[in-house]
Design a protein around this ligand. Structure first.
Ligand SMILES: N[C@@H](CCC(=O)N[C@@H](CS)C(=O)NCC(=O)O)C(=O)O
Length: 203
């Protein structure tokens, strides 16, 4: 049984979403997402930097949401939700999955740190303003990639869309994506939100 260490509204939603799409059985282990909870030695043994998510798959445990997505696909995917390795489509799949976490989620992480995660005395408003500009550059890139709200790959929905759903969702939560800007990204998010597996991931 896969155990997903989960806190609502965090990247653990990617793993719930993936397991739901693949119809994999899983259970949720709630994480205490307070600063004290993330610092607890028992949580640091599972996630050394205290971040969410992590999983257990039997006795095996790992952290980093994108790596967990790939591991679950390798182990249980049976070729679903990702193109065949070594193909150009696989290159695009990797490009967008990495972009979602390594590029797009970075400024959003800065906004999160300086609006909700850190104690108020440690928040720097100028960091938030700069991070919003960097988020817009990523939204510009995505706007061009999902005309009419299509999925990232011509072949259809893949786990790259699961990776991307999280920063798009955060961009909306932080008010950088609004109903009035980025029509293609809004249509893309609306499309993702029709997935029953996405709805389950919001628990
Ligand atoms: N690259 C990591 C990022 C993990 C991450 O930053 N998680 C956030 C929640 S979505 C977190 O735990 N933030 C608290 C912190 O930074 O201490 C991943 O994809 O798992």
């Amino acid at each position: 049984m896969i155990r997903i260490h989960h806190a609502k509204g965090t990247r653990s939603m990617r793993l719930i979403w993936l397991c739901e799409e693949l119809a994999l059985p899983y259970e949720l282990a709630p994480v205490d997402f307070t600063p004290a909870g993330r610092a607890k030695p028992e949580w640091r043994r599972i996630s050394p930097t205290g971040k969410v998510p992590a999983i257990h798959d039997g006795e095996f445990s790992m952290f980093e949401s994108g790596a967990i997505v790939e591991y679950l696909l390798e182990r249980y995917g049976k070729g679903r939700l990702r193109p065949a390795p070594g193909t150009p489509d696989s290159g695009l799949y990797l490009q967008w999955g990495w972009f979602a976490e390594a590029t797009f989620a970075r400024p959003l992480g800065d906004i999160a740190q300086h609006t909700v995660v850190r104690p108020e005395a440690q928040r720097i408003p100028a960091v938030v303003e700069d991070a919003k500009l960097r988020t817009q550059v990523c939204l510009d890139a995505l706007e061009a990639a999902v005309p009419g709200g299509r999925y990232l790959l011509d072949s259809g929905f893949t786990a790259a869309d699961i990776m991307m759903g999280y920063p798009v969702f955060l961009a909306r939560r932080f008010g950088v994506l609004t109903p009035a800007n980025y029509p293609n990204v809004n249509a893309y998010l609306a499309r993702l939100e029709t997935h029953p597996a996405f709805i389950k991931s919001q628990q």
